[in-house]
Ligand binder design. Sequence first.
Ligand SMILES: [Zn+2]
Length: 296
Amino acid sequence: MTRFLLLWCFALPAFAQQPDYSKVEIRTQQLAPTVYMLVGAGGNLGLSAGADSVFLVDDQFAPLTPKIEAAIARITPRPVRFVLNTHWHFDHTGGNENLGKAGALIVAHENVRKRMSVENFIEFLGMKTQPDPKAALPVVTFTRDVTFHLNGDEVRVMHVPNAHTDGDAIVHFTKSDVIHMGDVFFNKLYPFIDTSSGGRVEGVVAAVDRALALAGASTKIIPGHGPLATRADLQAYRDMLATIAGRMGEHVRAGRSLEQAIAAKPTADFDAAWGKGFLTPDRFTEMLYKNLQAER
Ligand SMILES: [Zn+2]
């Protein structure tokens, strides 16, 4: 337990740390007549609320459920009918048990249910997670895509293989022109890629390309972490990631050590824009190095 706590304190980037929940406020931003972005602590939430039902993308941490429900109640009197998890990480699925018990149907890629059902070890963060209780697990799982028809929208949920994890989904509110990217996209922050959960940088780039193909100049893009984004922001993220991953690939293929790769400062020209967040430039370099090694 002590070891777990030590690792928890020192190894976890800010996005995964447990905040003081009593101080967290849920802020709501309306993106389209029936679509909203909610920001609290943990992954950004997406919401469709209208005449048919309430559809929620991700649910942060369990202690925040009452605050999230209160934020939704300011928009609609209806209860949450569907929860869609973009991936298994606890800062996106922590409210599942509460919302599932309250009657929501939890939907996710099949690998989300698989990973939530067992103990996991996220090596890069030195973090072990326990299996989730049955009530927190997705009840409906899919292998590739699933579409929800509600609130005048067609909500397309698309699995993107081996990206941030092996169970990621991106959510396209087609009529509202909004895309929720889950943790495939960290806006203005170097992203975490969970190598231990099957995440691969090439998969992140491929997933972003898929979203870029769906997005137009006025599309509103909800990142897993960071502020609301435009297509141009997503393109800048794609270019940053592909450029740095290309440089890191050369170091790994040339057989250079991690220390040599860090000393070469492969992120230097991007640090001012992306390196002030959860992962420092050196930690991000280390993460990519290990991720690319895992691919070999
Ligand atoms: Zn995540």
